[in-house]
Ligand binder design. Structure first.
Ligand code: ADP
Ligand code: MG
Length: 322
């Protein structure tokens, strides 16, 4: 028998994440109530995944749930915030219990790992759309903004770039037999790692940060524009995984690192004298940080290879581009 809306919520989303004692009232009332500690600010972000736009329609339900929360955790990471609670607005074409079981497991697995609680949401019928709103905490005035990069600072990025974009293409091909490298790239698309602990560690050390969701070139462009500065990017030094290099070669890897989306790495700027501390913080968390450029006064992002300027006509994904 098909589940009704209320049974569906009860069954799949009433314990959808970590249990936290700062949740005064969770799923079940008209709204949730949470306790915000003194001397802290609330950090709020929302991100929507639309089937066929942000993920292929046939994507595994677990991965849809996981990614819906991961992309929001990544926004918290970029602010240096500690994620605490989230809500879920779910639009479904029909009630498919198997799909819902997988989806809610993907969501819960990541929520528990990061200690965030699902405190409410909304459930409607329509084309598959998953919208998560996340709430986090930060000590007063300490949020890392996009707008505070200064000329002369080093531009860094965590992890490696371009894997997820390659992984998405492999996922879309739907081939059955895949190499270990191809599986690694797919994994990077299906299961991005939000750099939450790194973001917390960078707070107080870095000047500006953004998470790389639309491609490095576009997202760094947003950061420097918000800061009223520009950037030189040394594209020889972009971190690409050995899996990516062996699957697509150096040239294509560099292109994907610059313009591919869905990496969910952190890009930030830091004064040279703090680099050592930043490297230390990253190492403590088992994260890798690469220097990829320098903040300059001239607006825009300029790519350099072998010390010379190169033209890169890339732009990020724009939902409303003509
Ligand atoms: P209302 O009609 O008052 O807005 P609903 O009937 O939509 O409330 O939802 C009932 C309760 O279930 C609310 O607490 C709401 O936050 C929660 N809820 C609804 N959909 C979801 C969902 N997909 N995930 C988590 N909680 C949900
Ligand atoms: Mg109500």
């Amino acid at each position: 028998m098909a589940l009704g809306e209320f049974q569906l919520i009860e069954r799949f989303f009433s314990n959808g994440g970590a249990v936290r004692d700062d949740v005064v009232l969770g799923v079940g009332d008209d709204a949730a109530v949470v306790r915000v500690p003194a001397q802290h600010e609330l950090v709020v972000a929302a991100d929507t995944l639309v089937s066929g736009v942000h993920f292929p329609a046939q994507l595994d339900a677990w991965a849809v749930g996981y990614r819906a929360l991961a992309v929001n955790l990544s926004d918290m990471a970029a602010m240096g915030a500690a994620p605490a609670w989230f809500t879920l607005a779910l639009t479904l074409p029909q009630v498919e219990e198997r799909w819902l079981a997988g989806f809610s497991r993907g969501l819960r697995d990541l929520a528990v790992r990061h200690g965030v609680a699902l405190i409410g949401g909304d459930t409607t019928r329509g084309p598959l759309t998953v919208s998560v709103q996340i709430l986090g905490l930060i000590p007063d005035g300490e949020a890392i903004r996009r707008s505070a990069a200064k000329v002369g600072e080093i531009i860094c990025v965590s992890g490696s770039l371009g894997d997820a974009a390659a992984g998405l293409k492999i996922t879309q091909k739907g081939v059955q037999e895949r190499t270990g490298d191809e599986r690694h790239l797919m994994q990077r698309f299906l299961e991005p790692t939000p750099r939450v602990a790194l973001g917390l560690g960078l707070r107080g050390l870095v000047s500006a940060a953004i998470d790389v969701s639309d491609g490095l070139y576009a997202d760094l462009g947003k950061l420097v524009a918000a800061s009223g500065v520009g950037a030189r990017l040394d594209i020889d030094g972009l971190p690409c995984s050995s899996a990516l290099l062996s699957c697509v070669g150096k040239e294509r890897a560099t292109e994907l690192a610059l313009s591919g989306g869905d990496d969910y790495e952190l890009c930030f700027t830091v004064p040279e004298q703090r680099m050592e501390q930043v490297q230390h913080v990253a190492a403590m968390q088992g994260e890798v940080i690469h220097r990829i450029g320098v903040v300059e006064a001239l607006a825009g992002v300029r790519c350099h290879a072998a010390g010379r300027p190169v033209d890169m006509p890339f732009t990020g994904y724009d939902h409303f581009a003509p």
